[in-house]
Design a protein around this ligand. Structure first.
Ligand code: SF4
Length: 379
């Protein structure tokens, strides 16, 4: 089975008020120390062939290109590729992008650049606490083209305070006019403990309600489809040949190894997550002790429910024959109650060999997916 490898690089040039990732402001000494911990963890990982490698963050390009190139080299040596050119992705912040760095990444084997754009609207960019300009985004995309990086992706956020249908349409249009290959469009989620959560507590009226958010999501689906992007997952849109294989492996409930602070793995039916304490992670890794964290073995109904939830996120949906083969169950029979209920509401549909969400179902995907996690018990 294909293996994905994720490496977490948690340092950022500044911290955004909505962000709930494991991240810290960049300090050269801590960042250097962390690379040592990553190398130690990598040495202790099983050597296996990998289909994809993903460097995420944080902001990976707070590190200079030489360090990132060395890290990619180590990863590619430890996890030999299954194919001649494996997918190797790296996330970047646009204002830190330099053509010379991208050319070096490309030479090291990077095939996908994922740019943290969020919006092309100056007010919204500031609202999100980001410091780039629309010009930085355009320069980053053009530099990626010049560096011949095969796939260029951007992340966008909708339901930002102050955003409306007109500003969102303009952002989508600028993205498609730039001709990027892949767009991820996520609704803003306000996570407990973030500065945004405190702001929503004080000024709830600044945040969009569910129907305004749904309207923006509908606009994204229509606009991106019309511009030639296939919606292959709830939040992801790609031009032909530019889907993200690394994420497709997650949604197929495939195996992955996560390296770094807060990183998650799924191997042989066990899901595990490393501690989000930078000190605890670094210390354990450098001294060769087990990295603290949590793990659970997913079995029976919990394992199938999780696999269904992930598959429903994709436009293909649940492939019934695969579930029969892999888990030994007939999804349509086992989950007849939920499938029948959501089908009657027009939120799910069955096609030849598949069960999936309809367009309306995508608007309430989280609720529907959660219902499959509360699975029937398997005899
Ligand atoms: S959103 Fe990205 S750049 Fe901002 S703090 Fe989080 S990881 Fe760093």
């Amino acid at each position: 089975m294909a293996l994905g490898v994720y490496v977490h690089l948690p340092f950022c040039p500044y911290l955004c008020p909505y962000c709930d990732f494991a991240k810290w402001p960049y300090r050269a000494s801590a960042a250097e120390h962390y690379l040592g911990a990553l190398a130690a963890e990598l040495d202790s990982c099983p050597r296996r062939q990998a289909a994809t490698i993903f460097l995420g963050g944080g902001t990976p390009n707070t590190y200079d290109a030489a360090r990132l190139v060395a890290l990619i080299g180590r990863l590619r040596e430890h996890f030999p590729a299954l194919t001649a050119e494996p997918e190797v992705s790296i996330e970047v912040n646009p204002e830190l992008v330099r053509f010379e760095d991208l050319a070096a990444y490309r030479k090291a084997g990077v095939t996908r650049l994922s740019i943290g754009v969020q919006s092309f609207d100056r007010m919204e960019i500031r609202m999100l606490g980001r410091r780039h300009t629309p010009r930085d985004i355009e320069d980053a995309v053009h530099s990626a083209r010049r560096a011949k990086i095969p796939s260029v992706s951007i992340d966008l956020i909708f339901a930002v305070p102050g955003q409306n249908a007109a500003t969102w349409r303009r952002t989508l249009d600028r993205a498609t006019t730039l001709g990027v290959d892949h767009i991820s469009a996520y609704a803003l989620t306000v996570e407990e403990g973030t500065p945004y959560a405190a702001m929503r507590e004080k000024e709830p009226e600044r945040f969009l309600n569910d129907s305004a958010e749904a309207e923006l999501y509908e606009i994204a689906m229509e606009r991106l489809e019309a511009a030639g992007y296939e919606q292959y997952e709830i939040s992801n849109f790609a031009r032909p040949g530019h889907r993200c294989a690394h994420n497709e492996n997650y949604w197929a409930n495939g195996e992955y190894i996560g390296i770094g602070v807060g990183a998650a793995s799924y191997l042989e039916g066990v899901r595990s997550t490393h501690t989000r304490s930078l000190e605890a992670y670094t210390e354990a890794s450098l001294t060769g002790r087990p990295i603290p964290g949590e793990s659970e073995r997913l079995e029976g109904a919990a394992r199938v429910g999780e696999a269904i939830m992930l598959a429903l996120r994709t436009s293909q949906g649940v492939r019934l024959a695969s579930f029969k083969e892999r888990y030994g169950i007939d999804v349509r029979t086992k989950y007849s109650g939920s499938i029948g209920e959501y089908t009657a509401l027009g939120l799910m549909e069955s096609t030849e060999g598949f069960v999936r969400l309809t367009r309306s179902g995508r608007l309430v995907a989280n609720e529907i997916c959660a219902a499959f996690l509360e699975a029937p018990s398997f005899a």
